[in-house]
Design a protein around this ligand. Structure first.
Ligand SMILES: C[S@@+](CC[C@H](N)C(=O)[O-])C[C@H]1O[C@@H](n2cnc3c(N)ncnc32)[C@H](O)[C@@H]1O
Length: 251
């Protein structure tokens, strides 16, 4: 048992992984995604009604990519961002996907259409040279990293001047009634779905709503991106405000 820096009571990261911080968060998140990797795509499809594909397409369109562009997908997981990115950059484009969880990358590796180069890497310490990419994407990753400001700084560093960054993640609806409904659904239905897929999925799909409640607000994420150097930072909501797309540019 260890105390976290912002919590007065003792926290057991195995029982409440959403309360873990720093290196402990890195470890529990990594273990959690390793355990649910085989069922991740199926559950993701179920809880988003497969709409995540549409949100990714909108995010990719907002990057205004050209054939031949170089793009990095951070926290790429099972690689679902990589296919629409490949369609945008064409055969001559170069795609990199990085994630710190090997079992998630192994599933991405089995999806050959994206033809991306995949690397085991931490979002807070990317193994790429500065000013290398035309765009960087991250899907449902920023909420999970132990140091959000550092992850934004790394995304900014590896972008070329003029490069674009998009991040999709969960958010809380702005409307209080929708927010209450959403809290009820995500606190009951999503963990119920998770339980159908076994113990580890049950833990992970309790983590999803809990970590969403603890996640920074739209404005705080926007401020973190701006502090990293991004300009023209905008947000766009999907799914009644339960999903947010942040977009920024490197001057
Ligand atoms: C919710 S999944 C999203 C996967 C994928 N981006 C998608 O859109 O479906 C979060 C992913 O972030 C990865 N992740 C979390 N923290 C990370 C970190 N610090 N560095 C690299 N990957 C991380 C996890 O391993 C997991 O694959």
């Amino acid at each position: 048992m260890k105390k976290t820096s912002n919590c007065a009571t003792e926290v057991n990261p195995e029982a409440a992984p959403w309360l873990a911080q720093g290196g402990e968060k890195r470890r529990v998140v990594q273990q959690m995604f390793a355990a649910i990797a085989p069922s991740y795509d199926r559950i993701n499809g179920l809880i988003t009604f497969s709409l995540h594909h549409r949100w990714r397409q909108i995010a990719v369109r907002s990057l205004q990519l050209q054939p031949g562009d170089h793009v990095l997908d951070v926290c790429c997981g099972t690689g679902d961002f990589l296919e629409p990115l490949r369609n945008a950059v064409g055969a001559e484009g170069h795609l990199e996907g990085s994630d710190f969880c090997r079992p998630m990358l192994e599933i991405a590796q089995k999806k050959p259409h994206h033809r991306a180069h995949l690397s085991l890497a931490d979002a807070c310490d990317l193994p790429y040279s500065s000013s290398r990419f035309d765009a960087v994407t991250v899907g449902w990753g920023i909420r999970n990293v132990p140091d959000i400001d550092q992850a934004h700084r790394e995304a900014f560093r590896v972008l070329k001047p003029g490069g674009r960054f998009v991040s999709l993640d969960t958010a809380q609806p702005r409307n209080p009634i929708l927010r209450a409904v959403s809290r009820w659904i995500s606190g009951t239905l999503i963990p119920w779905f998770g339980r159908r897929f076994g113990h580890e999925a049950s833990r992970a799909y309790k983590y999803l709503p809990e970590s969403t409640l603890l996640f920074k607000s739209r404005v705080e994420i926007q401020a973190s991106m701006e502090a990293a150097g991004f300009r023209n930072v905008t947000t766009r909501d999907f799914f009644f405000g339960n999903i947010c797309l942040w977009r920024g540019e490197k001057p």
